[in-house]
Design a protein around this ligand. Structure first.
Ligand code: PBG
Length: 327
């Protein structure tokens, strides 16, 4: 009988050895918590498709933001849900709109103890649910939308946001937003660009979170999941237009894209573990089909290992606490 000369199992023999050779470590500061705030709520409202996630009231948002900071998260990404939506998504541009009010609230609560970001997109605010304004034929009008984004960026910066997160996938959005921020004197407000964003079925639960009744789909602006090279093109454009961080989204279905983007750019790479990714694990765990904590940490570790240095995840606060007890 020939014995193996190479025994990889020796490095897995117990927890101490495994810990010593563990390559991928996650830090709380690499996690960003997306949060929803709904205008007019007095109590937080649970989301059925995302157990553990709520639409916050202004009050509960402040508390949860402070809790996330105590857990050590690296950032917070805010989404606002207005009471009234209109075709222009005007609530997103209004300085007294729910998102801008929430940015002020969170900044006054946490200051610069964490990076406060605002979603820069119209879909939470439009009655038709699209990420931009529509032209006479009902198509999403790229350049008219850019004008709205330019205004939105400055409104968020006026409210004190540290970084804006343009997620609408309009051509030229990063460049226009950069120019608009600079012209208003906000050179230091950063751009976390949703650079490679795919048209995904896994955004489903997010629709409940922002009460979006989308007419049609987003395939004229978000990317086809079948395409890889398109992601590199989008990322290159965003870098050229002035993105500070580029993001890939969804995360788990695009680990190959994350790895390639990591190799292609020198700025930080983020990935968004989206609502449907969260919901799948929660649903399986609720049925006793997977071990919840292990599963959530495994997904985060894989996304990190693929090359995302920053991860947006609805588990951020909990995962930060788990990681702290681990290392
Ligand atoms: C657009 C936006 C979406 C998400 C984040 N920003 C929805 C979409 O593009 O359809 C989805 C996030 C998630 O599913 O968790 N403002």
């Amino acid at each position: 009988m020939a014995f193996p000369t190479d025994r990889p199992r020796r490095l897995r023999v117990n927890q101490a050895v495994r810990r010593l050779v563990e390559e991928t470590k996650l830090a709380p500061s690499e996690l960003v918590l997306p949060m929803f705030v709904k205008e007019g709520l007095t109590e937080p409202r649970p989301l059925s498709a995302m157990p553990g996630v709520v639409q916050h009231s202004r009050e509960s948002l402040r508390k949860a933001a402070a809790e996330a900071v105590r857990a050590g998260v690296g950032g917070i990404m805010l989404f606002g849900v207005p009471l009234e939506k209109d075709p222009e998504g005007s609530g997103g541009l209004d300085e007294n709109g729910i998102l801008n009010v929430a940015i002020r609230d969170v900044i006054s609560e946490v200051g610069d103890a964490t990076v406060v970001m605002g979603d820069l997109c119209l879909d939470e605010f439009t009655s038709h649910g699209h990420c931009g304004v529509l032209d006479a034929q009902g198509r999403v009008d790229n350049d008219a939308t850019l004008e709205s984004y330019a205004t939105m960026a400055v409104a968020q910066a006026d409210a004190g946001v540290h970084m804006v997160g343009p997620s609408g996938m309009m051509d030229g959005q990063v460049g226009v937003i950069r120019q608009s921020l600079d012209a208003a004197g906000y050179q230091d407000v950063g751009i976390l660009a949703y650079a490679a964003k795919y048209a995904s079925a896994f955004y489903g639960p997010f629709r409940e979170a922002v009460e979006s009744s989308l007419e049609g789909d987003r395939r004229t602006y978000q990317q086809d999941p079948a395409n890889f090279r398109d992601a590199l093109r989008e990322v290159a454009l965003d870098v050229e237009e002035g993105a500070d961080i580029v993001m890939v989204k969804p995360a788990l279905t695009n680990l190959d894209v994350i790895a390639a983007v990591r190799a292609a750019v020198t700025i930080p790479v983020a990935a968004y573990q989206i609502s449907g990714e969260y919901a799948m694990v929660e649903a399986a765990a609720a049925n006793g089909w997977v071990d919840r904590e292990r599963a959530l940490l495994e997904t985060l570790t894989s996304i990190r290992r693929a090359g995302a240095q920053i991860i947006l995840t609805y588990w951020a606060t909990e995962a930060a606490a788990l990681l702290r007890s681990r290392y």
